[in-house]
Design a protein around this ligand. Structure first.
Ligand SMILES: NC(=O)c1ccc[n+]([C@@H]2O[C@H](COP(=O)([O-])OP(=O)(O)OC[C@H]3O[C@@H](n4cnc5c(N)ncnc54)[C@H](O)[C@@H]3O)[C@@H](O)[C@H]2O)c1
Length: 438
């Protein structure tokens, strides 16, 4: 039996049954795109609340409108379950589980392992499995494949098709989405790439096949490491400009007028999110096991992780210039999400900024329209409810996340002092005696 031909046919006539394991920031948008393309999609996630919400036609991801989920659920194109046994009747599985770091800074692959172990009893001839989670080169072949084939003994590239395709979704972005962002895909064998590309090609605008899972894995790490290193460099530029007494934002804007050979990156209070601060460390970890030190990554990581402390020093100096000590001052942090206009707090530098300010004795409050509450271990804090009253009461307002909904003109008018770590005020903040720019 030619399983690849059979599968490709099912993709072309949209009769292939699709499952998405891991229905989070990546998985839910992915599932809706494939359901909209005409496939019947089942989300599989151990978090019952999420699956109940999908089945009720609700959305818990800002980028996915609830009406879209409701419409697809109503048409029978999308459902959620916590029961892995549904995978027995599935033709195509995408795995979108988290890949965080352990406390030690090493990769935590336990979610990939648990998803693969959950899937393993149900893998069957004529199935394609694509790993979407960002990870180091070799994960699909060395870690996931053995779990899928240990008991099934299926022949890869003939009976079972396995590939890696890095997810590039940028939450909050509307121009480039899951559907229209080109999708790199690399299979364990040529047939695996062909089958997986045939599947993705039915729902995504552009599929970019590459020759192996390792190339696809490494391409994702190149993209994110490129960003992380350039942000590290521009953060160091901010440190250098501080010593030189030069406004870093003006320097960057001036350099960015060059129409070629320059790409604009912006400094800030530190890296955040589930990807940029973490993925490069997967690469450096893997390289350490091969006796190689990824020097650019280590240096950029060191600079990036020092930025929250630098931002706090700016607050301390700014208050000092206003004849106030940080200790005992009311400091309002504006924005907690790791980037503008989203509700994602993961790895956000705002947490470090708030904690460092508290450690130095400041009375800290924060406001974020999308994050009403922050809870970390035994520590928690709630967003202030009356933003303008808090702005007026603060000795210093620190803009950590430049959400678009903020009325910066009024905030500037009402605040006594602002430390703007994101250039949220733009020209309003330039040479303004009330404003210190990072
Ligand atoms: N969020 C992003 O912007 C983004 C962008 C590109 C790539 N990625 C990568 O995509 C992957 C997923 O990230 P995310 O942001 O969607 O994470 P997430 O935490 O939002 O979602 C992951 C989901 O997987 C579920 N899960 C955990 N173990 C499972 C298992 N054994 N079986 C089935 N489901 C399981 C969790 O309950 C959760 O709902 C990560 O590797 C991440 O680095 C994320």
């Amino acid at each position: 039996m030619d399983y690849s031909k059979q599968l490709i046919e099912k993709f072309h006539n949209k009769t292939a049954r699709v499952a998405v394991m891991g229905m989070g920031y990546v998985g839910l948008p992915f599932a809706t795109v494939f359901a909209e393309a005409g496939f019947t999609v089942t989300g599989v996630d151990p978090v019952k609340d999420k699956m109940d919400r999908v089945n009720r036609g609700e959305s818990y991801i800002m980028d996915v409108p609830a009406e879209k989920v409701a419409g697809l659920v109503k048409k029978g194109k999308l459902k959620g379950t916590t029961d892995y046994s549904v995978l027995a009747n599935i033709d195509a599985v995408a795995i979108c589980v988290p890949t965080p770091l352990r406390q030690t800074g090493d990769p935590d692959l336990s979610f990939i392992v648990s998803a693969a172990e959950g899937l393993a009893p149900y893998v069957h001839a004529g199935m394609v499995v694509v790993l979407e989670s960002s990870t180091y080169p070799g994960t699909t072949r060395e870690l996931m494949l053995p779990i899928l084939t240990e008991k099934s003994h299926l022949k890869v590239g003939e009976e079972l098709f396995v590939a890696f395709s890095p997810e590039r979704v940028d939450p909050g972005r509307t121009d480039w989405t899951t559907k229209n962002t080109p999708k790199v895909i690399g299979g364990m064998t040529e047939k695996c790439t062909e089958v997986a590309a045939a599947w993705y090609g039915q729902a995504l605008d552009t599929v970019v096949p590459v020759s192996s899972t390792e190339v696809a894995e490494m391409a994702k790490l190149l993209e994110n490491t490129f960003r992380m290193i350039n942000i590290g460099f521009v953060n160091e530029l901010a440190l250098m400009c501080d010593r030189l007494g030069v406004d870093v934002w003006e320097v960057i804007d001036a350099a960015a007028t060059k129409p070629f050979g320059f790409m604009k990156f912006q400094p800030g209070p530190g890296l955040g999110g589930h990807c940029i601060p973490i993925d490069p460390l997967y690469l450096s970890w893997k390289l350490r096991s091969l006796n190689y030190t990824a020097r650019f990554i280590e240096l950029a990581s060191e600079i990036n992780t020092s930025m929250p402390r630098f931002a706090v020093t700016r607050v301390q100096d700014a208050l000092n210039d206003h004849e106030k000590a940080l200790k005992g001052s009311n400091v309002l942090v504006l924005g907690a999400a790791y980037k503008p206009d989203i509700d994602d707090l993961r790895e956000s530098p705002s947490i470090d900024v708030i904690r460092l300010l508290q450690q130095k004795g400041a009375k800290v409050s924060y406001h974020d329209p999308y994050i009403p509450h922050i809870k970390q271990d035994s520590w928690e804090i709630s967003s202030v409810t009356d933003l303008m009253a808090a702005v007026k009461a603060a000795d210093c307002v620190v803009i950590v996340t430049n959400h678009k909904v903020y009325d910066y003109v009024t905030i500037l008018k009402e605040a006594k002092l602002i430390v703007d770590t994101r250039n949220a005020l733009g020209k309003l903040g330039f040479k303004n005696p009330k404003v210190v720019r990072l």
